[in-house]
Ligand binder design. Structure first.
Ligand code: F42
Length: 145
């Protein structure tokens, strides 16, 4: 069983600990925004370690939209590369945990459709995209079992 290596970002590490430690009953929103958050458990592509990444919850027809926004930073978050290397993830949505498989959306029309749903769920995504030349990647996560 690979070890879990927490995020290097304290606030992220603490949210994961509260969220999972409470069985998905606490720490399930983004700070004062009150907007819902999910936890994506994935595998480090170099370490093979278990990694856990909170993301905003955006759902389309039972599938989760994962937005590698990283606050509009010029570079993709590292978890983006982990998901590309191993698409099999676990998503915790409050008290529900699902085995899912992710795929990056490359079709521009489909990406725009999902992007609009994600922005409706978390409006700052649009500000992040507006402030960077990086095309913020979007994944869809579908139930694998
Ligand atoms: N980030 C988003 O991009 N989108 C969101 O919607 C979002 C929402 C959100 C809500 C709550 C919250 O607490 C955090 C939220 N975040 C959101 C932040 C998100 O959880 C991540 O912290 C952020 O996206 C940065 O992800 P990251 O994977 O770049 O994390 C860094 C800080 C990190 O943990 N780096 C590790 C380190 O040691 O530097 C490496 C992690 C890793 O995966 N290593 C790989 C391995 O093999 O283990 C190797 C990777 C490689 O290729 O080098």
């Amino acid at each position: 069983m690979s070890e879990y290596i927490p995020s290097t970002a304290k606030w992220v590490r603490e949210q994961v600990e509260l969220y999972e430690g409470s069985g998905g009953t606490q720490g399930t929103t983004l700070k004062e925004s009150g907007l819902p958050v999910i936890i994506v458990t994935h595998r480090g592509r170099k370490s093979g370690a278990i990694r856990k990444t909170p993301l905003m919850r955006a759902v389309d027809d039972g599938k989760y939209i994962l937005v590698a926004s990283m606050g509009g930073a010029p570079k993709n978050p590292v978890w983006y590369y982990n998901l590309k290397a191993d698409p099999n993830v676990e998503i915790r949505d409050e008290t529900n945990v699902f085995d899912m498989r992710v795929r990056e959306i490359s079709d521009s029309n489909e990406k725009q459709r999902l992007w609009d749903i994600a922005v409706a769920a978390y409006p700052p995504y649009q500000e992040y995209q507006d402030k960077t030349d990086r095309a913020i990647p979007v994944f869809i996560a579908e139930k694998s079992s």
